[in-house]
Write a protein that binds this ligand. Sequence first.
Ligand SMILES: Nc1ncnc2c1ncn2[C@@H]1O[C@H](COP(=O)(O)OP(=O)(O)OP(=O)(O)O)[C@@H](O)[C@H]1O
Length: 249
Amino acid sequence: MAQNNPNFILMVEDLTVSFDGFKAVDNLSFYVEPNECRVIIGPNGAGKTTVLDLICGRTRATSGSIGFKGQELTRMREDKIVHSGVGRKFQTPSVYEDLTVFENLEISYPRGHSVFGALAFKRDAGVTARIEEIAETIFLSEMLQSRAAILSHGQKQWLEIGMLLIQDPELMMLDEPVAGMSVAERRKTAELLNRIIQDRSVIVIEHDMGFVADIATRVTVMHQGKRLSEGSMAHVQADPKVVEVYLGH
Ligand SMILES: Nc1ncnc2c1ncn2[C@@H]1O[C@H](COP(=O)(O)OP(=O)(O)OP(=O)(O)O)[C@@H](O)[C@H]1O
């Protein structure tokens, strides 16, 4: 595929990372379009989390390229990658338990990068309106003044998604967002992701195939650091290679 194809927001090409000779990600290529929800599935140890670590700059690639909006991420610092529009949520929620939902969203609001920017920051009507808008998107409008500590596990996950959303990333990455959630919370999270991709692209790592079916635009199946299969949910589910190494287990 042509480099800098404007139809792709993310272009991962021939990406490899080697840990003491072991290739956790091995010559992997995949391409994500705007407003796409790409789900990465695969057995334990396939290299899924490592791919997200490489995209957000936590782990450095041994070779290959990660193009994001025409910029090369493999040599960019982690904070610059965030600044360029890549948001990442880890598996365990990391909200500030002693702060309210409102305050958690407020401290995540982008306010420039200088110390002066942070000091000069005032709560104004625009910020409050944006926080209220995000709270509604993440089903927490009624909880704005509640301390995060009293939220359910699922609500904490949504709050953390909200803390990313308020920074308006063009690419959002989520690692197993519905792990530990109730059936009702999973359904609402699928609704949330379908809303989120109206304005951005999302990459999700997930094992719950029912949830994958509800959210995926396309699915990439990884096995031993490589791409085993890719396409619609129906396509990968019917792929005998995928059934053999993953779905059949
Ligand atoms: N920093 C590291 N140093 C050495 N090995 C690593 C490192 N990070 C990951 N690995 C190895 O790379 C392989 C892929 O790990 P990774 O966590 O990416 O898999 P995964 O597909 O996300 O698995 P799971 O579904 O269990 O989360 C594993 O064998 C893991 O032990």
